[in-house]
Design a protein around this ligand. Structure first.
Ligand code: SF4
Ligand code: SF4
Length: 158
């Protein structure tokens, strides 16, 4: 029987490190990130598996995942990680690499929201929530979505 070699590449990990300064190679798979992640059950690849896929240079598994787009940047995983790896920064870097490589986002509404938020920050230096949500609703074809919540937010801010 011949043993098949698994090709391993550090290129993705290096690209991520260059973009955000985080070293995915430090991960030793304790899974504390995944066990604390509030979004893990909706992800297709658990956060600790994303880290492993990066270590093995499995670009497709990382960049085509829903996970990198569903990450809410809540930083729970970062506070739990014994290696102090800033996982949300890694998720952001992976999103940007996917965009640069022309890989279609697996969760288009999240990509629309993300791009609009970045656009607002570039234009005004901050995110104006009500304006952002209005624009997001229009772009996604549901102008009245969460209108009751928007009115509540508007009232509590005024
Ligand atoms: S930052 Fe992202 S991956 Fe980490 S716990 Fe929050 S949602 Fe999960
Ligand atoms: S908590 Fe840190 S070390 Fe543990 S699996 Fe997650 S990224 Fe790796």
């Amino acid at each position: 029987m011949t043993v098949q070699e698994t090709p391993v590449s550090a290129k993705l990990a290096e690209d991520i490190r260059r973009r955000c300064g985080e070293n995915a190679m430090l991960c030793y798979q304790c899974k504390k990130c995944t066990s604390g992640c509030p979004v893990a059950r909706d992800m297709d690849v658990a956060p600790h598996r994303i880290m492993r896929a990066i270590q093995f240079g499995r670009d497709e598994a990382v960049l085509n995942s829903r996970t990198i787009w569903l990450c809410a940047n809540c930083e729970t995983c970062f506070t739990r990680c014994p290696q102090s790896i800033d996982i949300p920064r890694i998720m952001d870097a992976a999103k940007n690499i996917a965009k640069d490589r022309g890989i279609r986002c697996r969760v288009p509404d999240v990509a629309t929201f993300y791009n609009l938020a970045v656009d607002w920050i570039n234009r005004t230096g901050r995110v104006y929530e009500l304006g952002l949500m209005g624009e997001y609703n229009l772009r996604t074809g549901k102008p009245a979505r969460n209108m009751d919540l928007a009115i509540k937010m508007f009232r509590s801010a005024s």
